[in-house]
Design a protein around this ligand. Structure first.
Ligand code: PTJ
Length: 262
C-alpha cells in the first residue's frame, strides 16, 4: 500500500509509485538498505533511456523468453529489489516457463529471506528454493553470500535469470557454464557485459512484457524458439542500447538549445 497519495496526473507518477514500492519493500525487510541506492542508480539510467522499453529491449526480451522456454532447468534468481517491485510477474513467469524461483541474496539476513518468501507466497508461489533449510552447494570463485545456491536450483540450472544483479556472480555463473540472462538498466555494468542476454530496461516494464511474450511463445516450435536465440548477439544488443541512450541525450540537448534561442 502506497504511503503517499500520488496524483493520477502527476507527470512522474509511475516512477514515484515504483519508488514507493521499493521503500515499502525496505520497511518490510524485503529490500536491503543498499537496494534503495541500487534503485536510485537504476532510476538515473532509466532517465537516460527515456523511461521507455526500447525496440532493442523488446528484441532482448524475446530472446530471453525463448531461451527460458528451451531450457531444461531454468531458474529465476530472486533478490530483494525484484521481489518488492514485481512479485506477481516473478511467479507468473516462473509458472509459464517452468523456471524455479530461488531466493539468492547479496546482503543475507534470515529476516529478509523470510520476508521475501512471504511476499512470493502471497503472490502465489508454491515452491521457493534457496531458503536456509534447503540443501545447498557452493559456487567456486565467489566470495559473497551469493555463492550458496540450492542443490535443486541454480546448482543444476542450465539457464539462470538474474534480474538486477551485482557483477561478481554473473561472471562466476558464466565460469561454471551457466547461460545467464539479466535485466539491467545499465548496459555498461559488469552484469550486463558478462551476461548472455541483457535486457536494458526497467524490471517494472520488462517483467510484465516477458510474461506476455511467454504466454504467446509457449505455442512456438523448438526450431522457431531456437532461431530467435541464435539470431541474438549481446554485444550488438548492448551497443545499440548505449547508442539509443546517446540519441535520447542528443535530442534533449537539441531541445535545450531551442529553448535558449527562444
Ligand atoms: O537483495 P540483495 O541483498 O540480493 O541485494 C540486491 C542489490 C540490488 C542491492 C545488489 O544486487 C546490488 O548491490 O546490486 P548493484 O551492484 O547495485 O547493481 C544493481 C544494478 O541494477 C545496477 O546496474 C542498476 O543500474 C540496476 N537497476 C536498479 N534498479 C533497476 C535496475 N535495472 C532494471 N530495473 C530497475 N528497476
Amino acid at each position: 500500500m502506497s504511503r503517499i497519495e500520488i496524483p493520477q496526473d502527476h507527470p512522474r507518477r509511475i516512477s514515484l509509485e515504483t519508488r514507493e514500492k521499493a521503500i515499502e519493500g525496505y520497511e518490510n525487510h524485503v529490500v536491503a538498505t543498499a537496494g534503495l541506492l541500487a534503485h536510485g542508480r537504476g532510476e538515473a539510467f532509466d532517465y537516460l533511456i527515456g523511461e521507455i522499453t526500447t525496440s532493442q529491449a523488446k528484441v532482448a526480451i524475446r530472446a530471453a523468453v525463448a531461451k527460458l522456454l528451451l531450457a531444461k532447468h531454468p531458474v529465476i534468481s530472486v533478490n530483494g529489489n525484484i521481489c518488492a517491485l514485481v512479485p506477481n510477474e516473478l511467479v507468473r513467469l516462473s509458472d509459464l516457463t517452468n523456471a524455479r524461483l530461488e531466493i539468492n541474496l547479496f546482503y543475507y539476513q534470515k529476516e529478509r529471506e523470510d520476508a521475501i518468501l512471504h511476499q512470493l507466497r502471497t503472490a502465489g508461489a508454491e515452491r521457493v528454493l534457496g531458503t536456509h533449510d534447503r540443501p545447498s552447494e557452493t559456487i567456486p570463485e565467489l566470495s559473497s553470500n551469493r555463492r550458496k545456491v540450492d542443490s535443486e536450483g541454480i546448482a543444476i540450472a542450465d539457464v539462470v535469470l538474474v534480474p538486477l544483479e551485482d557483477g561478481d556472480r554473473t561472471e562466476a555463473l558464466r565460469a561454471i557454464g551457466k547461460y545467464v540472462i539479466t535485466i539491467d538498466l545499465n548496459p555498461m555494468s559488469r552484469t550486463s557485459v558478462f551476461s548472455n542476454i541483457t535486457i536494458v530496461d526497467n524490471v517494472v516494464r520488462a517483467m510484465p512484457l516477458m510474461v506476455e511474450e511467454a504466454r504467446e511463445m509457449l505455442t512456438w516450435s523448438t526450431e522457431k524458439l531456437y532461431a530467435v536465440v541464435t539470431n541474438f548477439d549481446n554485444n550488438e544488443n548492448r551497443a545499440i542500447s548505449i547508442n539509443l541512450m546517446i540519441e535520447h541525450l542528443e535530442n534533449r540537448a537539441r531541445e535545450a538549445m531551442e529553448v535558449q534561442q527562444l
